[in-house]
Design a protein around this ligand. Sequence first.
Ligand code: GDP
Length: 424
Amino acid sequence: MPNCAIVGINWGDEGKGRMVDLIAQDYDIVVRYQGGGNAGHTVINEYGKFALHLLPSGIFRKGVVNILGNGVALDLENLLKEMETVRAKGVAITPENLKLSDRASLLLPWHRDLDALEEMRLADKKYGSTRQGIAPFYSDKYQKKTILAGELLHPAHLKEHLAQLLEWKNLTLTRVYGAPGYTMAQLDDWVERYGNAFRDYICDTGAVLRSASQNGKNILFEAQLGALRDLDYGICPYTTSSNAIAAYAPVGSGFPGAKLDKVVGVVKAYSTCVGEGPFTCEWFGEEAEALRQAGGEYGAKTGRPRRVGPVDLVATRYGVQVQAATSIALTKLDILSYMDQIPVCSHYLLDGSITDEFPFPAALPDAKPVIEYLPGWKCDISAVRTWDALPKEAHAYVEYIEAKIGCRIQYVSVGPDRDSIIIR
Ligand code: GDP
């Protein structure tokens, strides 16, 4: 079984967690390579329903080693809470099946404060952050002003380093934002409560991955969010602050030499988006509410109602390209069963011309969707498990998307449960 990355093609929330949970059975290692606790991967399996924010979605599979790589925003407070929630449902989490990269940077308490303070300063121009500290965290990482997880294993060095960061960060908190600063006693307390709990989990995960690969083990790379939220290729500035694309997986995992044999791009059968920024296919009013209700489109982390609309094939084709997807998992096809006819955005209208090219972010707000309609199937498909048993209208919808985005749809998901899948 080759190495594989499971990535989002759109704005996130495509159902990646559900696909990783399914596909992890064929892999020995699942590694998260970017992002932090700011988005949720929903997984439903024999243990119950979970919204995973940091834990890799392979945590439920016996024998699978789960890794949080160096590209992750390591939020130990949230991770500890999440581990307690998952353990409470009977899932074992030990240093055997969860390993944290010693090179992952720690999301510190002030990152969340700074995220909220900056969103408040921006007021009606806010980015729509989940206020989990992700943007301040990554800015600090690239300024080399964060703590590496491995420093928790070197307490004297850690204390000195934290004191330096504290002095610097308090300048921003107090002088720029007029907010309270932190004290060393607070940081000591934070290390005691959260840092020390993870000492046994921290190791050189790069070495784990390299050795696993040499021994013929298979690695699954799990992304957070989607191509359109990628820091470099997304809808700047309404992106996340890390690279969600598959090409970053080797770097952020701790195994820069890894070769990705497969990239499974996850696409939702319609469009959803959380937060601010241009969303070309957006529906409003009753039409939007009906789709939101049908799909249960409320944020896994924030509970915010998601913005919804028809599948956007211009954005999706772009997502397939930047992800270099080798196959597609199309999720939530069952949600469209109530529609008489199914809208698709086949092109954009921009500056008086029809285009199939996804525009530069600054031009995106001017793009208008060109909508076509395909016949609906108007029956419950959630129990269907084979391609041949799907109605012909559903075949036509899937094949239409496939032709437009130029990538084979290998998986069709018709429900949230692990086995609600059609593999072509
Ligand atoms: P992720 O962040 O990409 O993992 O996606 P989310 O977890 O935010 O959102 C996906 C939601 O859709 C979750 O509530 C899943 O349980 C649910 N889901 C995934 N696939 C399907 C599907 O095929 N049908 C239905 N009805 N729900 C699905």
